[in-house]
Structures are given as structure tokens and as C-alpha cells.
Design a protein. Structure first.
Length: 319
């Protein structure tokens, strides 16, 4: 159980920022990495597909310039999320871009393909696959993933239902590689708790929606600030896969949050939510940890707060 050496450089906190559909962009990733956590964005956020190469060039250039200015505190690595599902007709092109730009960490979701892992390994990159249970975890490692992202109950967006305690405990019984834990982590104490449970990284998403750099509307950010765990609804209606969404955004789109029908997994999609509403654009994802978000602020300030809370929590345990 250890953070891979390739990912340690510039790491201030054991945190991977969750790649959030629409929300994560180069500005946010650059702010995350230069502040000492691993920043990430989904490849699908770069539209059209040709823009992905431009985004990767921009991130690499910005991080290199930061390192030249601050050799004493280099930037942390960055990651790109690939949706490995048959509905993603961009996968091959996006994978080629990741290989060409030698993305340090690739996060794969909704499917595991040995060919994808082999392509990333060809230049020394690492692959972490996100999973919600042991069946998917075993498959991911068998197919060549280097690490696992355990998506526990309470995580934003597509999420599982298992307790983080159970998910980490059962995974550590057979896997000694790198693990990131996702699920309602929004303060430094929770980051330390994830490590104490057996994870190497905390996977932090929703708190970064309420940052100045995030590509989210002012209303979305304010809903995060004002919300709590009770404002999160778990449903598979909007994409065919169960996920956590903000109650108020569901209501604003014309649905009754308390009477949502079931979705159809065979119709998995990453946009349409039915009618004129679209998942992620109108139906806003968030996790149960949003009660720890008090205001919209720059990503660097959020990370500084997380680091301060983390250090204080560690110190209190040593007293």
C-alpha cells in the first residue's frame, strides 16, 4: 500500500480530483496540480474531439512553466478520464491523444479493456479504474489496471451503494496496489480517514464544483454551497446508470424528485435526460459531502483549506 513514485512528485495532499463531466476543464486542472493535488478532466469535456490535444498541450505547458518558476514546489501530475463503453465512439481517438501526450495517469470508467491499459503502459503511464464492487474490481485488475478507484455510497455522479469501510476492507484483503476512495470527501479530516481505512488517495469531486475555475453555472455552484446530504437523490433515470444528483436541479427540470421512474440500463447515454433536460447540463450531479462546502472560492484556497485540516487532524491523533 503506497502511492506510486510516478505520482508523488509535487503532491501536497494524497488527493486525486475527480474528473467531472462538463465541470472539469484545463483551468481547474492547472489550479489543482499547481496547488499540489492530482487534477483530472474527462476527455469528453473537450469538444470537438480535436480540442483534446489542445487541452493536453495547454495543461502540459502551464505545468512546465510553473515548475520552471517554482523548482522548490513542482506541480503534481494530471490525469484524463476515458469512458470505456461501447457507446463512446470517441474512445479510440481520445486514447490516441493520451498516448501521444503521454498522460501520466488515465482513469477508466464504465468498462475495462486490456488494449486500453496496454496502450497507456506503452509509454510508462498508469491506469486506475473506477469500480463500485468486488466483481468489477477483480475484472479491472485482471485486465491490467494498475490501481482502483473505489466509488462508495455518497459519491457524486455515477456511484455505488456500498459503505466505504466495507469496500476498502474487502479490496485490501486481496489487492495491495494503489487505491483511491470516493464518497462524500470534502474536508481534510475525511482525507486522513480514507488513508486510515487503507486507501492511498482520497478522490474529491463535489467540493471542486464550487470553485471559481470550475465550468459550472453560478446557480449550480450556489446549490452546492447551500446543499447538504439530504439534498442528494440517487437515480438511474437520467443516464441508465445510478448516480447522485441535486434534488433542486431535478425539480427545476420538471421532475418530482420523490417519484422518479427507473431508468433503462440498455439505453445508457451521457446526455439526454428525456424531454428538453440533459443530464449533467440541467440535472446536476453532486455527492453527499456538499454540506462541508461553505462558499465559492479559488481551487487553490480550497486545497489550502484541505491541507490545513488534514495537518490539524494528523496532529490531533499524535497528541
Amino acid at each position: 500500500m503506497a502511492i506510486p513514485s510516478e505520482l508523488k512528485r509535487g503532491l501536497r495532499l494524497p488527493v486525486i480530483a475527480s474528473p467531472m463531466f462538463i465541470v472539469s476543464n484545463p483551468d481547474l486542472v492547472i489550479a489543482q496540480c499547481t496547488s499540489g493535488v492530482i487534477g483530472a478532466f474527462p476527455s469528453l469535456n473537450a469538444r470537438p474531439q480535436a480540442q483534446l490535444g489542445e487541452w493536453l498541450d495547454r495543461v502540459r505547458t502551464a505545468l512546465a512553466e510553473h515548475d520552471a518558476r517554482h523548482p522548490d514546489r513542482p506541480a503534481a501530475p494530471f490525469a484524463v478520464n476515458l469512458i470505456v463503453h461501447r457507446s463512446n465512439d470517441r474512445l479510440a481517438a481520445d486514447l490516441d491523444a493520451c498516448v501521444a501526450h503521454e498522460v501520466p495517469l488515465v482513469i477508466t470508467s464504465l468498462g475495462a479493456q486490456p488494449e486500453v491499459n496496454q496502450a497507456i503502459h506503452s509509454y510508462g503511464g498508469l491506469v486506475f479504474h473506477d469500480v463500485i464492487n468486488q466483481r468489477f474490481a477483480h475484472k479491472a485488475i485482471e485486465k491490467g489496471a494498475d490501481g482502483l478507484i473505489l466509488v462508495a455510497a455518497g459519491a457524486g455522479g455515477h456511484a455505488g451503494v456500498q459503505s466505504p469501510f466495507a469496500l476498502v476492507q474487502e479490496t485490501r484483503a486481496w489487492f495491495d496496489g494503489p487505491i483511491a476512495l470516493s464518497g462524500a470527501i470534502a474536508n481534510g479530516r475525511s482525507i486522513l480517514a480514507a488513508q486510515a481505512m487503507g486507501a492511498d488517495f482520497a478522490y474529491v469531486g463535489s467540493a471542486f464544483i464550487a470553485t471559481e475555475e470550475a465550468n459550472a453555472s453560478a446557480a449550480y455552484k450556489q446549490m452546492i454551497v447551500e446543499g447538504s446530504a439530504e439534498d442528494i437523490i440517487y437515480s438511474d433515470l437520467f443516464t441508465g446508470v445510478h448516480g447522485n444528483y441535486l434534488r433542486a436541479s431535478i425539480a427545476a427540470a420538471g421532475y418530482d424528485p420523490d417519484r422518479l421512474p427507473s431508468g433503462d440500463p440498455s439505453q445508457m447515454n451521457f446526455g439526454s435526460a428525456g424531454g428538453d433536460a440533459k443530464a449533467w447540463r440541467d440535472i446536476w450531479g453532486a455527492g453527499q459531502g456538499i454540506g462541508g462546502v461553505e462558499r465559492v472560492l479559488p481551487a487553490a484556497e480550497l486545497i489550502a483549506r484541505l491541507a490545513r485540516e488534514y495537518d490539524e487532524a494528523r496532529a490531533s491523533l499524535l497528541r
